[in-house]
Write a protein of this length. Structure first.
Length: 132
């Protein structure tokens, strides 16, 4: 839902897609308004396939490829800055047009319910929004 809203509306400055990534039926185009994207996925998610594929009636992009697709759309550097903390990896695509930012956080020991394994999730999202 968050990805669809980001792709097809002009209502948001930033969104955080938790435990999801782009699906192939969501078309981001030149008409898509620039919006900062923070995508968070659990590496052990058994509901939404982090590696992409068919699930729940949709075809999901690979999680990293989804973030990179947003980055390419918004003219970001396609080689993200990669940082690791507590075994988790953050990929930050900077240099985007219109001062947006695309970030992808892969939480290694989390499934679909990321806050259960990564209790600081909401603070991390708030920090992302606060930086904009």
């Amino acid at each position: 839902m968050v990805n669809k809203l980001a792709a097809n509306t002009t209502h948001f400055k930033a969104v955080a897609a938790v435990a999801s990534q782009l699906i192939t039926s969501i078309d981001i185009t030149n008409q898509t308004s620039p919006v900062s994207i923070f995508q968070i996925n659990g590496a052990q998610d058994d509901v939404i396939p982090i590696g992409g594929g068919d699930r729940l009636g949709h075809t999901f992009y690979d999680a990293y490829a989804s973030a990179k697709k947003w980055a390419i759309q918004f003219g970001c550097n396609t080689q993200p800055e990669q940082t690791s903390s507590n075994g988790n990896t953050a990929y930050t695509f900077s240099g985007c047009s219109n001062d947006v930012l695309v970030k992808y956080l892969r939480v290694e020991n989390a499934g679909h319910n990321i806050p259960q394994s990564y209790p600081q999730l909401w603070d991390t999202i708030w920090d992302f929004f606060s930086e904009l």
